[in-house]
Design a protein around this ligand. Structure first.
Ligand code: 6R9
Length: 647
């Protein structure tokens, strides 16, 4: 392995004395979990209101399908809504909602209770019973969250499908889960324009045998076609239902939702999550990792509910903790690039959780934009979704965090349900680019191909060697694939294979290097795509970079890079490319020097913001493009190919 792109012994950032003073978590949390892991989780489960106490913390006898908090009963929606009202916090704002065109709405916990109760009554009236599946295909409107909670309240499983996905993607998810109801909107706002969403639903449900009803929230007021008997307006059906509803408790292991992961190949996997373990870990992590203080903090997670981050850190974690949060419907540059900072100023957001790709976009737009705003309310920043390169990390901390807000770089997956590896903001001295340490109660290892655990300096695969409460319970309809994908690689040891490469630095801190399929092999040297990207982005001319390993006759793979320049930087052609290659040589090693660097206007990304390296590899290796259906904008490729020809 080559040297890392960053000097990991550079200054680390300890929390300030003032932060430590008021922090939810201290070092004793690690000690408690260390002493007795299961007792620690039993204690965390006390964060929830139980209708019936559990008798056992964990039953792993049917591994790899866990049962957590065995014999317990609770209602997830009651824990996210009712209990806050009953505790006297009904007037607290749960959701400060900002619509894309500039409309806004505040929902208190009492409002949320009335809405969720109405929706639960309406769903019951439609004949839905516990265990049924409901597809939710909606933009970021409050009703989307209400619909999810109404499902949870009734023991229905929701399957949220990102509203940017095609009708084909929606249909395959409806069919796979045999959903009976789709909840949607007439249309969605995108950069000031209303675009139909109902049309896509109509196409998707045409001939879908399982579907009985389509429930439509009026959002944009555009015309929709209507199928009588099947289609229902939310404002009529839910609007006329009673706001009183008695939540029934369900077993700890009652299924809560299915969420399909954007698989790189083949059919998407319907990841199954269940109730009590999932809620315990999302609540626990939201409280400690974000140092959340209910009634004081204003929290904003910029994800979409179509992704797991939206499930765990917009809906279940924050609401179980009685949070006041911002929910934003639109894109960060609508109507202009000031939108996020305007929202932060307006609501005095104190905790801001986003993705590295967005941080790099902000860098590209230039610091004068956030600098024009008062961001002094921010006291904590979070990052999720991919490795955050040290350059973006430092920019985030200094420009957005006023050089004082701790950054929590949180590693986890759809499959893990909740955060697994992250700093604790009042404890950990953080290093730019490192997710640092498994959280208290979480067991992780870095191991080699032969399952040998690696120590400081080691570089291998990230595995989870003990079950955790929010872990997936399977893949919908395909338990063989569940075992095969996650548990066969280290079957003998019984470890969960995360599919990520990782290393421990010499201090024993953990660095996630990216998906294993993103690790290149150059003349027998393993180099992570993100390491090279990080080096490129470290150059003052580069805003964003994507790196792939392309087949190479002599070296096995050669490194091919695509870069976007920062605003105002002139593309000097060969001179610039030579300089960038030299930069990578310097930062990592001559072995890591890209064979080819192409300046491009855009990078192809999935709708969740992940760079589609597979497609870039196709371009780099001169192949026809495969499936581009999950891309935000397939036209991006034409521009990339054109730039490649010029290069
Ligand atoms: C939550 C989420 C999971 C994959 C995961 C890894 C990457 C997520 C990361 C990170 C480095 C972090 N990933 N967080 N890599 N540092 N802090 O993103 O879930 O969409 O299922 O993606 O994302 O590669 O395996 P999901």
């Amino acid at each position: 392995m080559t040297e890392s792109a960053v000097n990991e012994h550079e200054v680390s950032y300890p929390p300030s004395a003032e932060f430590v003073e008021q922090a939810n978590a201290g070092p004793e949390l690690y000690a408690a979990a260390e002493k007795d892991r299961l007792a620690f989780w039993a204690e965390q489960a006390e964060r929830l209101d139980w209708a019936e106490k559990f008798t056992d913390v964990l039953d792993w006898s049917d591994a790899p399908v866990a049962k957590w908090f065995v014999g317990g009963k609770l209602n997830v929606a009651y824990n996210c809504v009712d209990r806050h009202v009953l505790a006297g916090n009904g007037d607290r704002v749960a959701i400060h909602w900002e619509g894309e065109p500039g409309d806004s709405r505040d929902l208190t916990y009492s409002d949320l209770l009335a809405e969720v109760s109405r929706a639960a009554n309406a769903f019951t009236e439609l004949g839905l019973v516990a265990g049924d599946r409901v597809a939710i295909y909606m933009p970021m409107v409050p009703e989307a969250i209400v619909a999810m909670l109404a499902c949870a309240r009734l023991g229905l499983m929701h399957s949220v499908v990102f509203a940017g996905f095609s009708s084909t993607a929606l249909r395959s998810r409806i069919d796979d889960a045999e959903a009976k109801l789709v909840v949607t909107t007439d249309g969605q706002w995108r950069r000031g324009k209303a675009a139909s969403l109902k049309d896509a639903v109509d196409t998707a449900v045409d001939g879908a045998d399982s579907i009985e009803h389509v429930l439509v929230v009026k959002r944009t007021d555009i015309d929709v076609s209507w199928t009588d008997g099947r289609d229902l307006w939310w404002h009529e059906t839910v609007g006329s239902a009673s706001p009183e509803h008695d939540a029934q408790p369900f077993d700890s292991e009652h299924p809560l939702f299915i969420l399909y992961t954007s698989g790189t190949t083949g059919k998407p996997k319907g990841i199954i999550h269940t109730s009590a373990g999932y809620l315990t870990q999302t609540s626990y992590t939201h409280h400690y990792v974000f140092d959340h203080k209910p009634g004081k903090d204003v929290y904003w997670c910029t994800a979409d509910i179509g992704w797991v981050t939206g499930h765990s850190y917009i809906v279940y974690g924050p609401l179980s903790n009685g949070a006041t949060q911002v929910v934003y419907e639109g894109t960060p540059n609508s109507p202009d690039e000031h939108r996020h900072w305007n929202i932060i100023e307006k609501y005095e957001v104190s905790i801001y959780y986003t993705a590295p790709t967005l941080v790099r976009t902000f860098m590209k737009w230039g610091r004068e934009i956030p600098d024009a705003h008062d961001l002094s309310s921010i006291r904590l920043l979070g990052s999720v979704g991919e490795p955050i390169n040290p350059e973006a990390w430092r920019w985030f901390r200094s420009v957005i965090g006023g050089n004082k807000a701790p950054i929590v770089d949180t590693w986890w997956q759809t499959e893990t349900g909740a955060i697994m590896v992250s700093p604790l903001p009042g404890v950990t001295a953080t290093k730019p680019g490192s997710a640092m340490t498994p959280l208290p109660g979480i067991a992780a290892k870095i191991v080699d191909d032969e399952a040998k655990p690696l120590g400081p300096g080691g570089n291998g695969f990230l595995v989870l060697d003990e079950p955790w409460p929010a872990m997936l319970r399977g893949i919908w309809g395909d338990m063989e694939r569940y075992k095969d994908t996650y548990w066969s690689r280290y079957a003998e040891e019984g470890w969960y294979f995360a599919g990520d490469g990782a290393k421990f630095d010499d201090d024993g801190d953990l660095w996630v290097l990216g998906r294993v399929d993103d690790v290149m092999n150059i003349s027998g040297h393993r180099i992570s795509t993100s390491e090279v990207e990080s080096a490129l982005v470290g150059h003052p001319s580069v805003a964003e970079a994507a790196v792939v390993g392309a087949a190479d006759e002599t070296t096995g793979q050669g490194i091919v890079a695509f870069v976007i320049l920062r605003g105002g930087i002139e593309n000097t052609g060969d001179d610039l490319i030579a300089e960038l290659k030299a930069e990578v040589s310097r930062e990592i090693s001559p072995i890591a020097k890209p064979r080819q660097i192409t300046v491009v206007p855009e990078l192809p990304k999935t709708r969740s913001g992940k760079i589609m390296r597979r497609l870039l590899r196709d371009v780099a290796e001169g192949r026809d493009l495969g499936d581009t259906s999950t891309l935000v904008d397939p036209a991006v490729f034409e521009a990339i190919k054109a730039a490649g020809k010029k290069a």
